[in-house]
Design a protein around this ligand. Structure first.
Ligand code: W6P
Length: 416
């Protein structure tokens, strides 16, 4: 009622995107001012983003919007919105002002929101900040933090972490909602619309969780070299690919009861380092490898062990993009089947369990988890200005191209 009026009001404001580079610039040298300004930004940006989601969930055609699980998700968004707007707004106390003055006197002002600039490499001076004793920050600098700021920051971080935790089950619950919709639908919303809605919805979720995760990581650590929050400024693709290969092969062996999963041969020209979120990269490469491994094992059967054609993982390094190509000889997909790979409507493990008539050979179950892996991976790629494409040769195999934008100053896609 009253809450929904507020939500409508907030949903009128445009969402503000933040690029990877901006996040790095902002969090590079965290000080009390950093946390204060970040809190200020998030305190207004998060409710705006949540409000957009509630509004959109509310305006879905009834056939979808009335599904119990969709309503559940909407209520989580509304509750989180309410919690955030009820938090006291960050205010400049006299102590905070003093702390800003100190910071301004002692260091150059924080570079912020300045895309296209090289990241300053200057070493932190450290000595300007008295020791606080128990808290270390990125770049191993002790920071002065007066108690009122600390407590504001602390309660703010706790509040947004709580929001993030509440929304952990959103993907599964939405999937459940889609199932409910499929069982109930009479007047159908066409699949393309559901698809677009979910792409927007999950993309927005990635962004919200990135902002919260980044703030929380900047505040809590662990503080590691070359990391700014959850962003690694020197993400080593080869290391991450190697890790994903080991994990995907292990999962494959486990799932099919193999001694040796198909081999994955990596071709990588030296060590390529770039700015990225390692967990996102790992997630995408792992997902693609699982699909390739599955295709190969299912094409040749479990008794073909040691003779499977290897999967090729090629890493290319250009000015604009770093591209990872993963090629399998798993028999490929018919060209008409490619769009289906990106849909949310037909790919859940639950979908197959709930619908016995579902044709398993037409759509293969994922090796683990449920099958939102590919569409969500593509959103992760697009989130920082990359993309994910599949090219298939039916009867032979599939090439997946994962493009990652090296310039890292593309803004968050907030509307697709
Ligand atoms: C396939 C189907 C697929 C999807 C994504 C990545 C690789 C592959 N291989 O056969």
């Amino acid at each position: 009622p009253q809450l929904y009026e507020k939500i409508k009001h907030f949903a009128k404001f445009p969402q503000t995107g933040v690029s990877l580079r901006q996040m790095v610039m902002f969090g590079q040298k965290p000080s009390p001012a950093t946390f204060f300004k970040a809190s200020q930004f998030l305190h207004e940006e998060l409710p705006i983003r949540l409000a957009h989601r509630v509004k959109e969930l509310d305006e879905l055609p009834r056939s979808l919007g009335d599904m119990p699980s969709i309503i559940k998700v909407k209520n989580w968004y509304a509750q989180s919105f309410q919690e955030l707007i009820e938090l006291p707004p960050p205010e400049i106390t006299s102590e905070l002002k003093a702390s800003f003055r100190d910071a301004a006197k002692n260091s150059q002002s924080l570079p912020q929101s300045t895309p296209n600039l090289a990241i300053p490499q200057s070493k932190p001076t450290g000595k300007y900040y008295p020791t606080i004793g128990h808290r270390y920050y990125n770049n191993f600098e002790n920071i002065k933090c007066t108690p009122p700021i600390l407590s504001y920051t602390d309660s703010f971080v706790k509040a947004i972490e709580n929001v993030k935790r509440r929304h952990d089950p959103v993907v599964t619950t939405m999937a459940q909602g889609i199932m409910e919709y499929k069982q109930h639908r009479k007047t159908s919303m066409i699949d393309a619309d559901v698809q677009q809605f979910l792409d927007r919805f999950y993309m927005s979720r990635i962004g919200i969780r990135m902002l919260i995760g980044q703030h929380s990581a900047l505040y809590r650590g662990p503080f590691m070299r070359n990391y700014v929050g959850v962003i690694c400024t020197r993400t080593n693709i080869k290391d991450i690919a190697q890790d994903a290969i080991a994990n995907a092969r292990f999962i494959c062996e486990d799932h099919y009861g193999l001694f040796r999963a198909p081999e994955v041969k990596m071709f990588c020209p030296g060590d390529i380092e770039f700015m990225y979120v390692p967990s996102h990269l790992n997630h995408m490469v792992f997902e693609l490898l699982k699909n390739s491994l599955r295709a190969v094992v299912e094409r040749f059967g479990p008794d073909y062990e040691d003779e499977y054609p290897p999967i090729k993982l090629v890493i290319a390094h250009g000015k604009e993009d770093i591209t990872i190509k993963i090629s399998d000889e798993g028999g490929g997909l018919p060209r008409s089947g490619i769009p289906v790979v990106w849909t949310y409507m037909y790919t859940t493990a639950q979908a197959q369990e709930l619908e016995p008539e579902f044709n398993k050979s037409e759509f293969k179950a994922p090796m683990a988890g449920f099958g939102y892996g590919l569409p969500i991976s593509r959103l992760y790629a697009r989130y920082f200005g990359g993309d994910l494409k599949l090219i298939s040769m039916e009867g032979y195999g599939t090439d997946a191209y994962l493009h990652l934008n090296r310039l890292s100053n593309s803004d968050e896609p907030l509307i697709m």
